[in-house]
Design a protein around this ligand. Structure first.
Ligand code: NI
Length: 168
């Protein structure tokens, strides 16, 4: 089932996600629905907060249009170490439609999480996967990528969205 993706300025996007403590059938169904939603969008990542679910859960696939899809699922993920700086060019987000901006990110991150069976994971990511992980883990902390750009650019986008909403 495809889920509705919340978009800025929906206040739910500011929610700090609650930890998942029950990896059950309902969670697996949510993961399947989120995957369908992400691939259909299409996007490279999706956090549960974006579909209105207060759970610390994210999925990603940096090659979403490939025939060889490789869905990654992280439960209760956190960045335990990071290193280096990289400019994430033209970053975008399914919850921030029609807008892209450059964002400063760490070049490498060390992530701890559980996989969808609840097995502990600890791995390093670099470059694009590291950017996607930082972006999605930000969502689980109530942060959008536009919170990491200049307030001037953010206000310009916010004004554009308000204008569009009034025009409806
Ligand atoms: Ni996003």
């Amino acid at each position: 089932m495809e889920l509705k993706i919340l978009t800025f300025p929906d206040n739910f996007l500011k929610t700090k996600a609650s930890p998942v403590d029950n990896i059950d059938g309902d969670l697996q169904k949510l993961i399947e629905d989120m995957a369908e939603t992400m691939y259909r969008a299409p996007g490279v990542g999706l956090a549960a907060i974006q579909v209105g679910v207060d759970k610390s859960l994210l999925i990603y696939d940096i090659n979403p249009s490939d025939e060889q899809r490789r869905l990654q699922v992280l439960i209760n993920p956190r960045i335990v170490d990071s290193e280096g700086r990289i400019l994430s060019e033209n970053e975008g987000c399914l919850s921030v439609p029609d807008f892209r901006a450059d964002v400063k990110r760490a070049q490498r991150v060390l992530v701890e999480a559980l996989d969808r069976e609840g097995k502990p994971l600890r791995f390093e990511a670099e470059g694009l996967p590291a950017i996607v992980l930082q972006h999605e883990i930000d969502h689980l902390n109530g942060t959008l990528f536009i919170d990491r750009i200049s307030s001037l650019k953010r206000q310009m986008y916010a004004r554009r969205v308000k204008k569009k909403m009034r025009a409806r």
